[in-house]
Design a protein. Structure first.
Length: 256
């Protein structure tokens, strides 16, 4: 028996046309994807450039503000402590070990010094008493937790007659106790308040030195060092920024 051969023929033109259309569609799709990819890349680069410029501007303002803060605190220290301002400036410059930046120490010293002066402490005793209170704040923070700045602010509050903040550090001061101390020992309100605080915080004395190697202490020193570095860098830009601010102020007056 002879084998049977079947030949199937047909018009393939429609199939070929459909294939060409498919290829063209795929080509257009590929082109669209490529253009979209280039557009996305361009947009991302633009966003990165804007973000970088914004971060740079923020960093610039941070160092300028740190320098300005230091400048203001130094001026205030001179105004409050007068002939003893050199001693206080030196203490502020070495306040790193207490977890305080130079500017932060100066600000605290000015606040406490002003309070003590208003409560009758003599000018010649102002610097040592202020230093003693800031040192005590560092000890209280090391003993009970928190930052030196928080502890110093609690001490400052007692001289305003606000006694609740200091209780966090194991010290209880009341107006009646201050008055009794003043009457019994013939001392001023500031001296009576300091005496009561000192008596009740004896166990905390030296805590800052004992806790020097703890993480909390190291973190405060890092923050202080970082702020000092910002201030040092920003000092070079302060004169330029000041002149620019004056120029802008003068320009603004033209529209008033």
């Amino acid at each position: 028996m002879k084998p049977i051969s079947v030949v199937v023929t047909g018009d393939t033109r429609q199939f070929q046309a459909a294939m060409r259309q498919t290829e063209q569609s795929l080509g257009r799709l590929e082109g669209s994807v490529d253009r979209a990819s280039r557009s996305t890349t361009t947009a991302l680069r633009a966003m990165a450039a804007v973000g970088g410029a914004y971060a740079l501007a923020q960093g610039f303002m941070a160092v300028v503000n740190a320098a300005s803060r230091l400048e203001q605190s130094q001026g205030a220290v001179t105004a409050v402590f007068k002939d003893q301002s050199g001693v206080m400036q030196a203490a502020a410059a070495s306040a790193h070990d207490a977890g305080l930046s130079t500017a932060a120490y100066g600000e605290m010293a000015v606040r406490l010094g002003s309070q003590l002066k208003n409560l009758g402490v003599a000018q010649q005793n102002l610097a040592p008493q202020t230093q003693g209170l800031i040192d005590l704040g560092a000890d209280l923070a090391a003993q009970f937790g928190g930052t030196t700045q928080d502890a110093v602010e609690a001490l400052s509050a007692t001289f305003r007659g606000e006694y609740d903040p200091i209780e966090k550090y194991g010290v209880t001061v009341r107006a009646t106790a201050v008055q009794a101390k003043m009457a019994a020992e013939g001392i001023s309100q500031a001296q009576a308040t300091v005496a009561l605080i000192t008596e009740q915080s004896a166990d905390a004395l030296g805590a800052a030195e004992r806790e020097y190697d703890t993480f909390a202490s190291a973190q405060q020193r890092f923050n202080a060092s970082f702020e000092n570095a910002q201030a040092a860098l920003g000092q070079a830009f302060l004169p330029i920024v000041a002149k620019l601010a004056d120029a802008l102020a003068s320009l603004a007056q033209l529209f008033v």
